[in-house]
Design a protein around this ligand. Structure first.
Ligand SMILES: [Fe+2]
Length: 503
């Protein structure tokens, strides 16, 4: 809790003030320069009144809950957050794509699947009709369901918003590398998915800061143009930013992809949605909608967990929950890493939201306290790769430990360029650090194809109009097979204490 409190001002600023500012401009159509000037000239408590009569009506009719929020926050000195944003120039963001609901009230919507323990899959969907049962019929032949599983359901309220019935049903045991057909709640269309392979090769798609813009649609189309096994998302999903209907819209946008392959996610700052006093703990929508296998991995929070799939141990950390040495997350991570059997899972891959290494001007230093708290654990466990999001650009580093190149440290990759509505983080620091091997502010996605226990191929696919262009690629070697990294650990750790590069 202490570390959360320490970072609270920044979380508060980034989670509420920045998105609220952009929402305010968006909904009041105040994007034109003269009006922005007029808007900012107006003293903070009276900015709402700078809007025209018609615009006020729009707000009151469609965005009344958000209006209250803005009124509350307009008393805060949020010039600081604007200054933070102005440190770098952003490309024009893509338009938000609002995905409507076309099916009946009892039909499933926002269907997505996630891995939950060995050979099991959790099916999650939402119905407006609260009477629909939480059950899934499934089988290996289309239209012939020889198995059925029942599960649980939940729902939540956020100010005046009430969610639909959120169903979670775990099905299995399932055969690996097999296509299954399924129907949710006994209603609506048939869906299908393919289970991951039992062993190598396996292909992960990695996309951070996805959002729901035209760029998001383009990224997902590129992802879908080539087969893969598991989708990994290191935080910032819907960019709903407390506008709960946008969570529904996001669920519908990603359904064609997330109902076909497991989507494993961790939280970013846009998932927090804390509102002081009323919703002090945050993550209400995220935890209800994107339930991950935390209990199965011994975690007590949906905000961090791990799972095994085809020779890979994947760890999802939480940048926005406690991570100091006395925290539950730290103790859980320590225990989780101690349990890893590199014979069974030669690859150890970690995802989190705020990058520990970053040469972009955006979000500089935001992952530093977490790095200081946890980097030793990763290093000692010989974690192979760490993916982060948050910075809206792509950057690949060499292997690093304690701000210094180290052949036994993880490779760090920032991939926060999925398609968010805030635009790109264009400014990288110069001269570039020798630790940063490739960096580019473009939208795109990554693919990690793990060939065997030793080799994996990483590629970054830039959204280049209608094609996904491979702009960066590299072969990776698992640290499991590096003999030198499992001997003289203490010597190497001492040697790495000198900080040469400030990242
Ligand atoms: Fe973020």
């Amino acid at each position: 809790m202490f570390s959360l409190m320490q970072s609270y001002p920044k979380i508060f600023q980034l989670t509420y003030l920045t998105p609220l500012k952009s929402n305010f401009l968006h909904f009041l159509n105040l994007q034109q320069a003269p009006r922005i000037h007029f808007y900012y000239k107006t003293p903070a408590p009276f900015r709402y009144f700078a809007a025209s009569k018609m615009e006020k009506k729009q707000w009151q009719k469609h965005f009344f809950p958000l209006l209250l929020t803005i009124f509350f926050f307009s008393t805060f000195p949020y010039k600081t957050s604007l200054a933070l944003q102005d440190d770098y120039i952003r490309q024009p963001p893509g338009k938000v794509v609002v995905t409507p609901h076309h099916r009946s009230q009892s039909d499933p919507q926002q269907v997505h699947i996630s891995l939950v323990g060995k050979d099991y899959m959790r099916i999650t969907w939402i119905t407006e009709d609260k009477g629909v049962p939480s059950k899934v019929d499934y089988g290996k032949i289309s239209g012939k369901y020889n198995a059925m599983a029942e599960g649980e359901h939940t729902s939540y309220h956020y100010f005046f918003y009430s969610s639909g019935k959120i169903h979670h049903v775990t099905i299995g045991p399932l055969e690996p590398g097999t296509t299954y057909y399924y129907r949710c709640g006994g209603h609506g269309p048939e869906f299908s998915f393919k289970t991951p392979p039992p062993t190598f090769p396996i292909e992960f798609v990695v996309v951070g800061d996805l959002g729901q813009t035209e760029w998001t649609a383009s990224t997902l189309a590129h992802v879908d143009s080539k087969d893969y096994d598991v989708f990994l998302l290191p935080g910032d999903l819907s960019y709903a930013d407390a506008q709960q209907p946008l969570w529904d819209s996001f669920g519908r946008l990603v359904e064609p992809y997330a109902s076909r392959r497991p989507w494993m996610v961790t939280e970013g700052n846009h998932e927090i949605e804390i509102f002081p006093i009323i919703y002090p703990h945050g993550f209400q929508a995220y935890n209800a909608r994107w339930l991950m296998p935390y209990e199965e991995s011994g975690s007590t929070s949906n905000l961090y967990y791990s799972f095994d799939v085809a020779g890979s141990h994947i760890i999802m950390l939480g940048s926005y929950t406690d991570f100091d040495e006395n925290s539950d997350q730290y103790k859980w991570l320590e225990a989780d890493l101690a349990k890893v059997d590199r014979e069974k899972t030669p690859w150890v891959i970690m995802l989190l939201h705020a990058p520990w290494y970053n040469t972009n001007s955006a979000h500089k230093g935001e992952g530093e306290s977490m790095r200081k708290a946890m980097e030793d654990l990763l290093y000692e466990a010989r974690v192979d790769v760490v993916f982060a999001g948050h910075v809206h650009a792509y950057e690949r580093f060499t292997r690093i430990y304690n701000k210094k190149a180290d052949p036994c440290g993880p490779i760090y990759i920032t991939i926060g360029d999925g398609g968010n509505r805030e635009g790109l983080a264009l400014t990288f620091e110069n001269p570039p650090s020798e630790l940063s091997l490739y960096r580019e502010p473009s939208f795109g996605h990554g693919r990690l194809r793990v060939i065997d226990e030793t080799r994996a191929h990483w590629s970054w696919h830039r959204n280049n109009d209608s094609d996904a262009y491979v702009a960066d690629e590299v072969w990776l070697e698992s640290l499991t097979t590096s003999e030198s990294c499992w001997t003289n650990t203490e010597d190497r750790s001492d040697d790495s204490k000198v900080n040469k590069d400030e990242l």
